[in-house]
Design a protein around this ligand. Sequence first.
Ligand SMILES: Nc1ncnc2c1ncn2[C@@H]1O[C@H](COP(=O)(O)OP(=O)(O)OP(=O)(O)O)[C@@H](O)[C@H]1O
Ligand SMILES: [Mg+2]
Length: 407
Amino acid sequence: MARLIAVSIDCRNEAARQTFEEIFSRRRDYLVTKGQGTGAVDMLLLELDELRPQQTFGHIRELLSASPDLEVFLTASRTDPQILLEAFRLGVKEFLPQPLTRQEVEPALARFEERFNGRVSGAEMQSGRVVSVIGARGGVGTSTVATNLATSVQQASQRESAALVDLDLHGGDLGLFLDLHASQGLKHLSKDISRLDETIIRSSLAQHSSGLHLLTSGYEGFDEVAPTTGSTMRVIGLLRSMHRHVFVDCGHVLESAVKEALDCSDQIIVVTTLSLPTIRRTKRLLEALGAWQYQAGKVLVVVNRYVNDQKELLSETEDMLGLRMAGLIPNDYPTASEALDHGKPLTIMASRTTIGQWYLRGTDQLIGDKAAVKGTAVGKEPSKTASFFGRYLPSFGLETKGKPSAV
Ligand SMILES: Nc1ncnc2c1ncn2[C@@H]1O[C@H](COP(=O)(O)OP(=O)(O)OP(=O)(O)O)[C@@H](O)[C@H]1O
Ligand SMILES: [Mg+2]
């Protein structure tokens, strides 16, 4: 399926409601929303008020004029040809007589999916490119990388809009990196998937002077309710239909909202450093991503805070992980932290420094349309004799068993 399908059920007949819910619970591409709104759902299963059909029709008319892409499935216990005719004229796509049977519902869903895929692949799927940035562990520079890749792309072309999403659910702080404040962020949006549409997303974005749009996290990491299932994918889907580039700071915890972001990304950038605990976490993270079997070239690894005398360690790390690093971001703590203190990206405040130049010149090579095809991270066989790790650190769990399958 092109993306997750959000469904709302407005049906008083308990047996009919249960049949729908049971059918959808077996289909992983569908998500039945709990909210009452229909603002952003793709399909509404609506029961006809048989005593007052005109009231139902008025409701349908309003819904379809507000959301022309919404598909309404009507259900009723009687099949009156006159009523059916009027419903189809209004734009109802399917009529399902009660009692509902799988034999009738399944073909109706198959027809819906055909229409839906045609529509979505024509709009959302052909739009913006999504790049997710995830840290091998906390503090490696994930937010610095995500912010500066995004501003670099935005600075390179003012005509192509870019958005940055803070998906760190444990204290997202991208607002500080860009000195931007927003009253409503992802946390607010993720409470109820049925409310999500372009208008509410647009009203939640803060714009940076570079032109970049930021969706702040809002999550502080204190006992908050996790985003509703499907909401992250939905937010990113809407953002990519509005922007040419969407960058996501995924933090460093592989939780379900982050998996949704990674699943719908075109490119995943793993940020690591050449410190032993981080290398160990990188190996574990790549194994976890490997199990999800993303297409070759989708996952790239960059080393942050790289210094030239780490050449040998770099080579052995590549051997042990069975990949080539896609980028080496120079170490420059004073400049990186000064930029952060001023709430300015390196690409603007330190554009002439080595690190600023790395972002301004290296971004296109790293995440440009052809990056995935080049598959910079693929193709180096893991060495069986990675000397440093092999000889001295077997207890670190850094044995060289095999190349991570998806990287
Ligand atoms: N290339 C670099 N050289 C030196 N310092 C850097 C570099 N990139 C980032 N830093 C610094 O490292 C620190 C952590 O950066 P950042 O907040 O981006 O990491 P993070 O992985 O997002 O952390 P967290 O897990 O807290 O979200 C900051 O002080 C930042 O300025
Ligand atoms: Mg961070």
